[in-house]
Design a protein around this ligand. Structure first.
Ligand SMILES: Cc1cc2nc3c(=O)[nH]c(=O)nc-3n(C[C@H](O)[C@H](O)[C@H](O)COP(=O)(O)OP(=O)(O)OC[C@H]3O[C@@H](n4cnc5c(N)ncnc54)[C@H](O)[C@@H]3O)c2cc1C
Length: 400
């Protein structure tokens, strides 16, 4: 007979960990197995691009629980083994090591893999992504005094890592990105300008509105020739160009997949006994109803929790309006809802380093950015959930 577990969690990241904890809240006896491709128990990823570089966090302290604590908690971990196959009809998975395991309920929480950059094979060892603690340790070993780094992309990973690397003694940092400024897709120009000034003040060389056309071997190791004809020399490159979702299992099992694994408000996939949470889940927005996907820590935690509770029989909708956060030099921000520079933007700033930005669509607040403004996340959630028609004047002074 093959192994069987009442609850099987595929992906030992934050969503998987939250689900395991939530299952145990409602079912003390059912067997829970969490399978993870990484060799480590679940940990928090935000410190990998922030606190670990700045001496604010310690690698030993970022774990949700230690392996021993998971065992004592009644959750079995099988780490360093990838789930290679999922048969939804017979409710079995198969691991890369050849083990076949049956399940009662299954959670897919497989997250994503950093997108790589096209380069000659001989340069593959000079281009890195950042997703795991193992990646962090590798980058840390490469970021030594005298090293020269090129960051490609200025989304969250690129923007945060430029701050982290610029803070390392003797590391020189360049960043190239197609937009006008770092985080230009979500921030208004008045705030991206603040960031540009901060990067320049910290010695980061910015190549905005440009792309890498080609990598070739160079004096220092790797040379990037850009679309505008610049040559950037580096010892290594950090690719911050987004995530490819790990959807292969869901696809091979015939589950509905569009911009992620499609789930209903209970976080149930197109198969009643299979749930999805975290970065891979395409779920109904709790306020607007449209399908969205969210690649953030708070959503991974909250959606994992709801999925776990529902797997254990709770039958609860996922109503959490997730928030996200980032730290860039001395600027920290929290945000709720949709931040897009395509939306109508109303800024209520005390000065350029502190304030609130509202993102409107059809005169309704879709997103709120709290720029160095704290303890306002719940108020921002309420404002969005109210779905009221607003005016720019009426919003001034609402939060902050
Ligand atoms: C460097 C970094 C910094 C971040 N900073 C912030 C931040 O400041 N604020 C914020 O809101 N969010 C941040 N995030 C995003 C946040 O961490 C993610 O949204 C969250 O970790 C997603 O959790 P998840 O459980 O869905 O996926 P993951 O954390 O990716 O976990 C998925 C796990 O599943 C495993 N897996 C995949 N396929 C298989 C398989 N077939 N079999 C077994 N295991 C498998 C993977 O190896 C991985 O361990 C950051 C992310 C990174 C990488």
């Amino acid at each position: 007979m093959s192994e069987f577990h009442d609850y099987l969690i595929v992906g030992a990241g934050l969503a998987g960990a939250s689900a395991a904890q939530a299952i145990r809240e409602l079912d003390a006896d059912g067997s829970v197995l969490m399978l993870g491709a990484e060799p480590l128990p679940p940990y928090h990823r935000p410190p990998l691009s922030k606190g670990l570089w700045l001496g604010k966090d310690n690698p030993d302290d970022i774990f949700v629980k230690s392996a021993e604590q998971w065992q004592a908690f009644g959750v079995t971990l099988r780490l360093g083994d990838t789930v290679a196959g999922l048969d939804a009809d017979s409710k079995h998975i198969t691991t890369a090591s050849g083990v076949r395991i049956g399940f009662g309920k299954l959670l897919l929480a497989t997250g994503g893999t950093p997108r790589s950059l096209a380069a000659p094979p001989t340069l593959a060892g000079r281009i890195h992504g950042l997703r795991t603690l193992t990646d962090y340790h590798l980058l840390r070993s490469l970021a030594h005094d005298g090293s020269q780094v090129l960051i490609v992309g200025a989304g969250f990973i690129g923007a945060e890592m430029a701050c982290a690397l610029a803070a390392q003694p003797g590391v020189s940092v360049s960043m190239i990105f197609p937009g006008a400024a770092p985080l230009a897709r979500i921030l208004p120009p008045s705030l991206t300008q603040v960031l540009v000034e901060r990067y320049r003040a910290h010695g980061v060389c910015l190549y905005g509105g440009d792309r890498v056309a080609e990598f070739s071997p160079g004096q220092r190791g790797i040379t990037a020739r850009t679309g505008r004809g610049e040559q950037i020399e580096a010892d290594w490159v950090l690719a911050g160009v987004g995530l490819d979702l790990n959807l292969a299992l869901a696809q091979s099992a015939g589950l509905a997949v569009d911009n992620g694994v499609r789930v209903n408000a209970r976080l149930q996939t197109s198969h009643d006994d299979i749930y999805a949470a975290g970065d891979i889940a395409s779920y109904p927005d709790p306020v607007w109803g449209e399908a969205i996907r969210t690649e953030h820590w708070d959503h991974a935690q909250a959606s994992g929790r709801t999925a776990g509770r529902n797997m254990a029989g709770a039958d609860e909708p996922y109503t959490h309006q997730s928030m996200f956060f980032s730290d860039l030099f001395d600027i920290g921000f929290e945000a709720v809802g949709t931040l897009s520079s395509q939306l109508e933007i109303c800024a209520d700033m005390a000065d350029q380093d502190k304030g609130v930005v509202y993102y409107l669509q059809d005169s309704q607040v879709r997103g709120v950015l709290l720029w160095n403004t704290w303890d306002q996340v719940d108020a921002a959630r309420e404002l969005i959930a109210a779905r009221q028609l607003v005016t720019a004047d009426g919003l001034m002074g609402q939060l902050g």
